[in-house]
Design a protein around this ligand. Structure first.
Ligand code: EPZ
Length: 415
């Protein structure tokens, strides 16, 4: 159990550089199963989700080495189509190996991914799409069994623009016979990054980043080098922390266009934002205004920044309304924020936060990765000492978050 102790009220000042994107790296790592030649992936973050994905890929017969943000890998000639429960259970994104495995070998047996704190997180859209590609789908004793002697391209409409379903189906369709069209597809930057990686390996994908993606099947993918995009959620977390503490922080190594929704909302609070080529300067101010937030699929406000923004709004001038439309249970950080003195009422997927400048340190517990980040931000804002009980959530998605915050002037330590 990791305890993070924070003494609040310091303004953050300085510069921080973000790492490669967790949510781009995980699907790209899974996609290496499709490649017949070695791959070298750059800007890979050193986080536990990546090392868990690496272990999962090793269990399918991949040789790999991760060092200094570079992941070198090669598939063995014999590929095991089995993704074991204990590995799959550690990482929701493990289900992303299903599409590549069945496309490459004609068979996959992947543990049915468990839900997690933020929601049940079914994979029905993945399975429905697999069936449309001519894959037979069976679920038995906690495993999903996929079989296909050949995948056939098809037209697939996604009932919801699911990021994971779009990624899984795009990867499977790269080796299908004929053309696949994904309609109502997710358009997140991480989808574009995955499509760019696959195309560089010899795939033929167009339309990524829009709601319709067309994949012309090819016979095989080669290998090569690729650098994943910077992590927009890690960047957004630092930007919100800077604004919430009234500090002045330059967040560098970002692709600013990936942060448009957050920049717009921070400006609405009165925070001063300067957007450069590859960096964003955030100048917070005390007495920033309350704003309303509604999470939406990209290019809407990202659900992965909702918890962090709630922490900031707890200290705003005025009342904010937050609507979480993506996950059914992504408000677990709110009761913990209330322990710090935040004034919040929740009605289903809507929360009303009445800003207060009287947040006081307390003992709080994280329930998931972004809730942990939210509670750290609230601790930076609160009078006195806050301890955040975080059993490994932060490390799943942030490398050196606490160390970087300390460099920016926070009084924070990991016990
Ligand atoms: C990805 O999860 C991200 N994870 C999540 O980030 C992110 O919150 C989410 O996309 C939304 O942007 C990775 O990329 C590894 P979805 P994913 O499929 O693919 C429902 C973080 O903090 N749904 O778009 O699982 C689902 O229940 C994580 O970094 C179905 O109903 O998200 C959810 O309510 C958290 N059936 C909604 O769609 C399906 O078959 C969005 O899920 C699939 C999804």
């Amino acid at each position: 159990m990791q305890i993070i102790r924070i003494t609040g009220k310091n303004k953050l000042n300085g510069e921080v550089c973000v790492n490669g994107s967790k949510n781009a790296a995980l699907p790209v790592l899974a996609a290496t199963i499709l490649c017949e030649k070695p791959c070298v992936l750059k800007n890979i973050p050193h986080i536990s989700d990546v090392s868990n994905m690496q272990s999962l890929l090793k269990s399918t017969g991949q040789y790999s080495l991760l060092s200094n943000h570079q992941y070198q890998c090669e598939m063995a000639s014999e590929i095991s189509h089995f993704a074991s429960y204990d590995l799959a259970n550690r990482l929701r994104a493990s289900f992303l190996v299903a599409g590549p495995l069945v496309a490459r070998t004609g068979y996959a047996r992947v543990a049915y991914p468990g839900g997690c704190q933020i929601g049940e997180r079914p994979v029905d859209l993945h399975l429905k799409g697999f069936s449309k590609l001519g894959i037979s789908v069976a679920i038995q004793n906690g495993y999903v069994e996929l079989k296909a002697n050949k995948l056939k391209g098809n037209r697939i409409y996604l009932d919801f623009p699911s990021v994971g379903a779009t990624e899984n189906l795009m990867m499977a369709a790269t080796l299908a016979h004929g053309t696949t069209m994904l309609e109502n597809a997710a358009a997140e930057p991480e989808i574009v990054d995955l499509a760019n990686f696959l195309n560089q390996m010899g795939a033929d994908i167009s339309g990524a980043g829009t709601d319709t993606i067309v994949i012309q099947g090819v016979s095989s993918l080669t290998g090569g080098e690729y650098e994943v995009i910077p992590d927009r959620i890690e960047a957004g977390t630092y930007m919100i922390a800077a604004a919430a503490t009234g500090g002045k922080v330059k967040v560098s190594g970002v692709l600013p266009e990936h942060l448009n929704p957050l920049v717009a909302k921070l400006r609405e609070t009165g925070t001063h934002i300067t957007v450069g080529e590859r960096e964003i300067l955030v100048e917070g101010k005390s007495g920033y205004k309350a704003v309303d937030i509604k999470t939406m699929p990209h290019p809407g406000f990202p659900t992965d920044l909702q918890a962090q923004f709630c922490a900031m709004l707890a200290g705003a001038k005025g009342t904010s309304i937050i609507t979480e439309t993506i996950f059914e249970n992504r408000f677990l950080h709110l009761p913990e924020l209330k322990r710090l003195g935040a004034k919040i009422t929740v009605e289903g997927r809507t929360a009303v936060i009445e800003g207060t400048n009287k947040l006081n340190g307390a003992q709080v517990r994280a329930s998931d990765l972004r809730a942990a980040a939210s509670l750290v931000i609230a601790g930076l804002m609160a009078e006195g000492t806050t301890t955040v009980e975080d059993n490994g959530y932060l490390l799943r998605g942030y490398s050196q978050l606490c160390e970087n915050l300390k460099k920016l002037g926070a009084e924070i330590e990991v016990l």
